[in-house]
Write a protein that binds this ligand. Structure first.
Ligand code: GDP
Ligand code: IMO
Ligand code: MG
Length: 427
C-alpha cells in the first residue's frame, strides 16, 4: 500500500484535515499537491485545535514527513507565520520539505486577486482573496516565480521584471492602481530566502524513492472535486486540480504508484463562495445545519452555504477520481431530524436526470429530486463501531454508500481524532 490520495468529494471543507491527521500516525509522508493558503483544514487533537492553511495536516504527527509538492502555490509570508505559530505551540516542523518547483504567491498576486473580484462586481467568484488564481495564471503563462528562484538574485530580478511588465500595465491602466516596483518585490522575496533554504528539496525524487522502498505516502488534497478547474463547476472553482490526477502532476509521482483514492464526503453538503448548488437550503434547516455543524470558513470566516446530501455529486466524485473508499464525515450533525432528505437525481426543464449535467446552464437550472430517509435522535458521538449506531443512522450510511458507488470505510461522529468509526482499514 505505498501511495494513497485523500481528497474532497464535494465543494471543500469535508473534513480532510481531520482525516489526514487521523492517518498521519501510520504514514511516512503527507504531501500537499495543489492549492495554497486558500485551504483551511481544522484538526482537533485532544483539547487542542489547529487551523492549517498551507502545511499538510500530517505536520501534527511526529515521524511523518510533511511535503509541499510542486503543484502547490506558496505564499512565503504565510508559510513562515504558520510554521512559527506551530513552533510556539511546541510542534516540531523541522522535517518539512518544499519543492523547489512550487510557485510563489507574491504581493502582486494577492492584489490582482482582490481588484479582479472587485471589478467583477456581482459576477465575482467569491475567492478567498489569497492570490491563488493570479499565481496559477502566471504559472501557466510562464511568468511565474518559483521557490528555487529565491536563491538566485539575478534570475529572480529578471523574472519579477518580466511578470510586472504586463501586470503593471493592467494594474495602472485598467484598475487604476499604483504600479508595483520590481526592487520592492525582489527585496521582500529575498528576505524569505534564508528562512526557507533548509526546507527546499527535490521532493519528486524523495517521494519516488520512498514509494520504491515501500514507505507509505499520503497525498492530501485541498478544496474539493467540484472546485476543480477542469472537473468542477467552472468558472466557480479554484484554479488547480484537487481531483486525483492532480496528485500526480502536483508531486511527480506517477498514477501507477497510487493504489487507493479516498473521497472525504460530508453527510450533507456545504459550499463557500458563489456558484450553483442544487440542494442549498435557504430556510431554517439550512440555518440549523450551519449552527450544529459549525459551518463557518476557517480561512475567511464566511458563513458556509448549507444543503442536504447530494448523491449525484458523490457519484460524480467517485467517477472522476476513481474513488476506492469514502470517509463519511459529520454524521453526528444530522442527529435530531425526523426524516432526512437525500438528493438522488435532478429535474432539469421537466426532465429527470441521474448524472451531473455537463452543461453549465443545465446545472444552474437543476432542482433536486429527494428521497426521504428516516432520522435518529440518539447521540452518536460516542459510537466506536458501526453496530453502535442506531438502526436509522446505519441505514443512512448504507443508502449513501449504495447511491455513491464506493464503500464507506470510515465515519466521522465528531471533530476529534478518536471520534471516528473505522470500518475498513485505509492502509
Ligand atoms: P477541510 O477543509 O476539508 O479540512 O475541512 P474544515 O476543517 O474546513 O471543516 C470541517 C470542520 O468539521 C472542522 O471544523 C472539523 O473539525 C469538523 N469535523 C471534521 N469531521 C467531523 C465530524 O465527523 N463531526 C463533526 N461534528 N465535526 C467534524
Ligand atoms: P479547503 O481545503 C471551500 C473556494 C472559494 C471560491 C473558490 C475560488 O478548506 O476545503 P480561490 O481563492 O481558491 O481562487 O477561490 O474556491 N475555495 C474553497 N471553498 N474550502 C476550501 O478549501 C476552498 N478553497 C477555495 O470560496 O468560491
Ligand atoms: Mg476547509
Amino acid at each position: 500500500m505505498p501511495a494513497l490520495v485523500l481528497l474532497g468529494a464535494q465543494w471543500g471543507d469535508e473534513g480532510k484535515g481531520k482525516a489526514t491527521d487521523l492517518l498521519g500516525g501510520s504514514v511516512d509522508y503527507v504531501v500537499r499537491y495543489q492549492g495554497g493558503n486558500n485551504a483551511g483544514h481544522t484538526v482537533v487533537v485532544g483539547d487542542q485545535k489547529y487551523a492549517l492553511h498551507l502545511l499538510p495536516s500530517g505536520i501534527l504527527s511526529p515521524g511523518c514527513v510533511p511535503v509541499i509538492g510542486n503543484g502547490v502555490v506558496v505564499d512565503p509570508s504565510v508559510l513562515l507565520s504558520e510554521l512559527s505559530g506551530l513552533n510556539e505551540r511546541g510542534v516540531d516542523t523541522s522535517g518539512l520539505l518544499i519543492s523547489g518547483n512550487a510557485h510563489l504567491i507574491t504581493p502582486y498576486h494577492t492584489e490582482v486577486d482582490k481588484v479582479t473580484e472587485r471589478f467583477l462586481g456581482k459576477r465575482k467568484i467569491g475567492t478567498t482573496g489569497r492570490g491563488i488564481g493570479p499565481a496559477y495564471a502566471d504559472k501557466i503563462n510562464r511568468v511565474g516565480i518559483r521557490v528555487q528562484d529565491l536563491f538566485d538574485e539575478s534570475i529572480l530580478t529578471q523574472k519579477v521584471e518580466a511578470a510586472l511588465d504586463f501586470k503593471n500595465q493592467v494594474l495602472a491602466k485598467l484598475y487604476n492602481r499604483r504600479a508595483v516596483r520590481t526592487e520592492q518585490i525582489v527585496e521582500e522575496l529575498l528576505g524569505y530566502a534564508d528562512a526557507l533554504r533548509g526546507y527546499v528539496a527535490d521532493t519528486t525524487l524523495i517521494l519516488n524513492n520512498a514509494v520504491d522502498e515501500g514507505k507509505v505516502v499520503l497525498f492530501e488534497g485541498g478544496q474539493g472535486t467540484l472546485l476543480d478547474v477542469d472537473h468542477g463547476t467552472y468558472p466557480f472553482v479554484t484554479s488547480s486540480n484537487p481531483t486525483a490526477g492532480g496528485a500526480c502532476t502536483g508531486s511527480g509521482v506517477g498514477p501507477t504508484r497510487i493504489s487507493r483514492v479516498i473521497g472525504i464526503l460530508k453527510a450533507y453538503t456545504t459550499r463557500v463562495g458563489a456558484g450553483p448548488f442544487p440542494t442549498e437550503l435557504l430556510d431554517a434547516d439550512g440555518e440549523a445545519l450551519r449552527e450544529i455543524g459549525g459551518e463557518r470558513g476557517v480561512t475567511t470566516g464566511r458563513d458556509r452555504r448549507c444543503g442536504w446530501f447530494d448523491a449525484v455529486i458523490a457519484r460524480y466524485a467517485t467517477r472522476v477520481n476513481g474513488l476506492t473508499d469514502f470517509f463519511l464525515t459529520k454524521l453526528d450533525v444530522l442527529t435530531g431530524w425526523e426524516r432526512i432528505p437525500v438528493c438522488v437525481g435532478y429535474e432539469i426543464d421537466g426532465e429527470r436526470i441521474d448524472e451531473l449535467p455537463f452543461s453549465q446552464s443545465d446545472f444552474h437550472h437543476a432542482t433536486p429530486v429527494y428521497e426521504y430517509l428516516p432520522g435518529w435522535s440518539e447521540d452518536i458521538t460516542k459510537a466506536k463501531s458501526f453496530s453502535d449506531l442506531p438502526k436509522n443512522a446505519q441505514g443512512y450510511v448504507k443508502a449513501v454508500e449504495e447511491m455513491s458507488g464506493a464503500p464507506v470505510s470510515a465515519i466521522g461522529v465528531g471533530p476529534g481524532r478518536d471520534e471516528t468509526i473505522q470500518i475498513n482499514s485505509f492502509l
